[in-house]
Design a protein around this ligand. Structure first.
Ligand SMILES: [Zn+2]
Length: 304
């Protein structure tokens, strides 16, 4: 697991799949904070009330400049996130301990106490695993939450008109992306390699605008369409451009005078995979319940 290297050095104990530490009554657990496209290893501390912006500012200073933020386990932003210092964590054990001590002192000073009610039903509960979180939770509440998530997830399975829209937008994107390279090839008998990047970029934009649910088959299809478009363009445009060179010789076009042909195929090849990359990149911005569901199912399985 990701935190195995240093969690125990910090005094954390593994409870099933989550590292937990009790410090002066506060439960702290390790979890990745998903911020935009980043997964940042962080401390999570569930508290008894909503964390204000001023408190975050004060905490950030105590956390020695590491980012602090609020997370919500139920509907209140009452769980503090403190990101871990970057770089080699094993070398920063002392620093991380200092951060934890400072943060806990600051929480006490500001009157923030550990969370004591279940974030689902708002009644007192014992601490336990709640997916990849560790907070007061009832087993029944966790099951109820899991069913709701599974219901939400079901909505993204089966046929959705947005898939059709996605494919249409992606094809339009590819079509628009091809216009400039084609015009340049016909008129100047050369296109600038960078211009080909328009194809994966506009295809990814099309996928984004369709707001289609993230599906593996869709991402593969988008990637394949971009690949086919770029490869076909290269296969047609290169022989065409060779005809306009002085020697009309394929070998010299590829491997002499600056290796023009070789470079076009090399960079074109990289850009042809851009659709796969673009679709994968968009995924990072989508709410994906499957991981959370997996984590919740894991709690149940191991409790039985
Ligand atoms: Zn409950």
């Amino acid at each position: 697991m990701k935190y195995d290297d240093y969690a125990t050095l910090l005094g954390f104990q593994k409870i099933k799949n989550v590292y937990v530490l009790n410090k002066e009554g506060y439960s702290i657990y390790l979890r990745d904070w998903q911020y935009m496209v980043l997964n940042i290893p962080s401390f999570y501390i569930p508290l008894d009330k909503e964390i204000t912006k001023d408190a975050i500012k004060a905490l950030q200073i105590e956390a020695l400049g590491n980012a602090c933020a609020q997370a919500s386990l139920g509907n209140k932003r009452d769980t503090l996130i403190v990101t871990l210092p970057e770089g080699n964590k094993i070398k920063k054990i002392d620093l991380m301990n200092e951060i934890l001590n400072n943060v806990i002192e600051c929480l006490k000073d500001m009157g923030y106490l550990p969370m004591h009610i279940c974030p689902i039903c708002k009644h007192e509960a014992e601490y336990g695993l709640f997916g990849s979180h560790y907070c007061p939770i009832h087993k029944e509440c966790r099951n109820e939450y899991l069913s709701k998530l599974q219901e939400l997830n079901k909505k993204t399975t089966g046929f959705n008109i947005k898939y059709v829209l996605a494919l249409l937008f992606v094809l339009i994107g590819i079509g628009l992306g091809l216009i400039l390279p084609i015009l340049l090839t016909i008129n100047l008998h050369d296109y600038f390699t960078g211009v080909l990047a328009l194809i994966p970029i506009l295809a990814t934009l099309g996928l984004f605008l369709s707001k289609a649910p993230s599906k593996k088959w869709l991402k593969i299809t988008v990637g394949a369409l971009v690949f086919i478009a770029v490869a076909t363009f290269l296969a047609i445009s290169i022989p065409y451009m060779i005809e306009y060179t002085e020697s009309k010789d394929t070998f010299s076009y590829f491997f002499q005078n600056g290796w023009v042909g070789f470079r076009k195929v090399f960079f074109g090849g990289i850009l042809s995979l851009g659709g796969f990359g673009g679709a994968k990149f968009l995924d990072k911005f989508k709410k994906d319940y499957s991981q959370e569901i997996d984590a919740l199912m894991q709690n149940e399985k191991e409790n039985d």
